[in-house]
Design a binder for this molecule. Structure first.
Ligand SMILES: Cc1cc2nc3c(=O)[nH]c(=O)nc-3n(C[C@H](O)[C@H](O)[C@H](O)COP(=O)(O)O)c2cc1C
Length: 343
């Protein structure tokens, strides 16, 4: 469904080429200073413009419809919208019958019996992550109160981890009408011990849920990740070491390395959170690909037109930060609620 979180509940709505997209954030405490300007730094990090990103240009400035009065949150649901002003729907006419390989077109045609508005990717578009990033800004603001900081960066493009090689790779790939994927690494520092609600709402379950909601994610690994399967226990375990000056219950011990990515038993263990996210190469490529024509019921060849990111992973670090912030904020609020109202 389109909502996530229990104590900070976020609902996304809209379609890429409809009138607008937006987000409703419920559970934001009253009295938090908030203005349109607070969103712009993170939204600019997601915006296209760099080499390898789409030519679609939207202003990305949110309109606040509810939840803010005289510069502070009111406690009512916070509603933000962005009008879609730079859509070019004619690029998508042919795709009504001819689904793009690798995109959501084909399964969405089946699920919604042809009624879904799939222009520009519709609700499956990367544009929806604009609203996610904005929700992340609010969550990050709340997390500042517990000094928790989240930071994500791109560490790999097209299998290459040397950033100096990325521009050439992108040029080479764009010239061939093809696309590239990438890997984002995310950390959260000053993590408290014990965030997470096992069994099903373990910290890594919730993070994976939120991260996999971002379009184009193909994998997530925490700490040593898949490599842990080939390691000895003595290599993968994070030794516990005393931290001078801290008292019991405040983190007397902290892992010296971080093979677990800061999570054991579905709970944060006091070490920084550390995980990596794999993004696939963009599905919409101009290089001809085999597909199926749903009108003529014949095999067809598609060369995707329109404005697409050669490597949308370039725009995703701030989106991963937002998904992480929503999870951590929700868990911090759950923790506080449990402490304030003991059974
Ligand atoms: C910021 C962002 C921008 C994206 N831009 C494009 C794009 O230009 N063209 C495209 O085909 N997919 C793009 N995607 C990926 C698609 O939205 C995604 O592949 C599609 O919804 C199918 O979902 P799946 O890849 O998770 O299966 C983008 C994703 C993100 C997060």
């Amino acid at each position: 469904m389109n909502s996530f979180g229990q104590f900070l509940r976020v609902t996304l709505f809209g379609e890429s080429h409809g009138p607008a997209i937006g987000v409703v954030i419920d559970g934001v405490p009253a009295g938090i200073p908030l203005a349109v300007g607070d969103f712009m730094e993170d939204l600019a990090r997601r915006a296209p413009g760099a080499k390898g990103t789409t030519a679609r240009r939207e202003k990305d400035v949110p309109e606040i419809l509810s939840g803010v009065y005289e510069g502070h949150t009111t406690g009512a649901p916070l509603t933000l919208i962005w009008r879609n002003e730079h859509a070019r729907s004619e690029d998508y006419e042919r795709l009504k019958d001819i689904p793009r390989p690798g995109h959501a077109d084909y399964p969405a045609m089946g699920k919604y019996h042809g009624y879904a508005d799939l222009r520009g990717g519709g609700p499956f578009s990367g544009r929806m992550t604009l609203a996610l990033v904005a929700a992340g800004v609010v969550a990050k603001k709340l997390l500042q109160a517990v000094s928790l900081e989240i930071s994500a960066r791109l560490v790999e493009v097209g299998g290459e981890n040397d950033p100096k090689r990325w521009d050439a790779l992108l040029d080479e790939c764009a010239a061939k009408g093809d696309s590239l994927g990438g890997v984002v690494e995310c950390t959260a520092s000053r993590m408290p011990v014990g965030l997470g609600e096992p069994f099903f709402d373990s910290l890594e379950s919730l993070l994976s849920h939120a991260v996999f909601s971002i379009p184009g994610v193909r994998g997530i690994e925490f700490g040593d990740g898949f490599a842990a399967a080939g390691m000895k226990g003595s290599e993968h375990n994070d030794p516990l070491v005393a931290v001078p000056g801290l008292t019991k219950g405040e983190g007397t011990v902290a892992p010296a390395k971080n093979g677990a990515g800061g999570i054991n038993g579905g709970l944060s263990n006091g070490a920084p959170l550390l995980f990596r996210v794999a993004f696939k190469p963009t599905a919409s490529i101009s290089r001809p690909q085999q597909t199926y024509n749903c009108r003529t019921h014949t095999q067809d060849i598609l060369s995707v037109k329109g404005r697409h990111d050669v490597c949308f992973a370039l725009r995703t670090p701030v989106i991963v930060e937002a998904a992480t912030a929503l999870v951590l904020c929700d868990l911090v609020l759950r923790d506080r609620a449990a402490m304030e109202r003991p059974f």
